[in-house]
Design a protein around this ligand. Structure first.
Ligand code: NDP
Ligand code: PYC
Length: 336
């Protein structure tokens, strides 16, 4: 596949031009560009520059506010709520993080509910600022009803990612970030764009038959990872980042979309924990035991989740990123 090489600065300027040209406010555009360029830099193609297509489509379909300002609400000693006002989640997150950190330091555990947001991004980026402050973090969000529950054949759950982060003293954090579907929908869309077959087990067609055809799976249903186990986790995400925080399930999000093809609307739940509040003076001693666990994994040849991203980061910083020419041309066209 023919590719185009962009330095990170060029990628940033291209993305900024596209978003501001289409009417996103400066504050939203800046938060979104940082996110998609961070995804591309870390080798997350499904949540990198490709997302610009979905962001602009969602705006043109009237399904996201380009400029709503987030409203923060101090709900309880350990709960903060950020109402994104129908805009993308990232500005609300950015503005709510300091209060979440303050509450976590005070209470040992605190939660942030981002409500009434459109969500398009990878969750590791949402929790990395927390691990950078020495906190443990968990994040999840529903999406659109694209995924069949284990034992069913019709879409009900979202791709419902869960990210978990653990801070490490002199190394990048331990962060896993995974859809509860066998793969993110963005991955399947990229397979369709590239004309590539899917690995078996990712989805079924409209008649409920296993399929490796990306278009057929996008029209049919995606499958959860790990059968009933991924299905249970997907249901948990629906509950704790839906009804628990007063926001939409994936089914409701898809109904709200009404065929517009916009990105999912709903909420995100982020929980942060402060090891020091649990462990006090014994914090360093117990965090060292976590390091022994990571070493034990690596000693067997296993790689840590997140490792691939942290290895890709300096390479992209030095050499730029390569994106398919067709994607580059689609993005450039959005800015004209
Ligand atoms: P992957 O299946 O590619 O990866 C999931 C996790 O497993 C990552 O942390 C990855 O680390 C790790 N991993 C992958 N391979 C290995 C391995 N061999 N050994 C150890 N760890 C490994 O991601 P998904 O397709 O499930 O999700 C991709 C992205 O899509 C996520 O960032 C997610 O947040 C995003 N997403 C967002 C949604 C939204 O609604 N906003 C919905 C669904 C997904 P590494 O990154 O280092 O490879
Ligand atoms: O890839 O499943 C996905 C996704 C949904 C919303 C953002 N990304």
């Amino acid at each position: 596949m023919e590719t185009v090489n962009l330095s990170l600065a060029e990628a940033y300027q291209l993305a900024l031009r596209v978003l501001t040209h289409n009417g996103f406010s400066a504050a939203h555009a800046r938060a979104m560009v940082a996110n998609v360029c961070g995804g591309e830099r870390d080798g997350c193609a499904s949540h990198g520059l490709y997302r610009l297509l979905g962001c602009v489509h969602t705006l043109r379909a009237g399904k996201v506010s380009p400029d709503a300002l987030p409203r923060l609400e101090d709900k309880a000693p350990a709960v903060v709520r950020a109402d994104a006002g129908g805009a993308f989640s990232l500005l609300a997150l950015e503005q709510a993080l300091p209060l979440l950190v303050e509450k976590t330091r005070r209470c040992g555990i605190a939660a942030l509910a981002i409500n009434h947001c459109v969500h398009f991004s990878a969750l590791w980026a949402d929790i990395e600022p927390l691990t950078e402050q020495g906190l443990v973090a968990l994040a999840c969000t529903p999406s659109h009803a694209w995924v069949a529950p284990a034992g069913g054949t019709r879409p009900l759950f979202g791709t419902n990612p869960i990210a978990f982060g653990w801070p490490r003293a002199s190394q990048p954090p331990f962060i896993f970030d995974m859809a509860t579907s066998a793969a993110a929908r963005g991955e399947i869309e990229l397979h369709r764009r590239a004309g590539k077959a899917l690995p078996p087990g990712w989805g079924i067609d409209g008649a409920g038959r296993p399929s490796t055809d990306a278009a057929a799976v996008l029209d049919g249903a995606m499958l959860t990872f790990g059968g009933h186990k991924g299905s249970a986790l997907a249901a948990m995400v629906e509950l704790i980042a839906g009804p628990l925080i007063g926001d939409m399930t994936s089914q409701e999000s898809l109904e709200y979309d009404a065929g517009a093809g916009g990105l999912p609307m709903g909420g995100e739940l982020i929980i942060a924990l402060d090891p020091w509040r649990f462990l006090g003076d014994e914090t360093a001693q117990h965090l060292a035991r976590a390091e022994a666990l990571f070493s034990g994994m690596q000693a067997q040849g296993a790689r840590l989740p997140g490792e691939r991203r942290y290895q890709a980061r300096p390479v992209s910083e030095a050499q730029g990123v390569n994106i398919p020419r067709a994607l580059y041309e689609d993005i450039v066209a959005l800015g004209q």
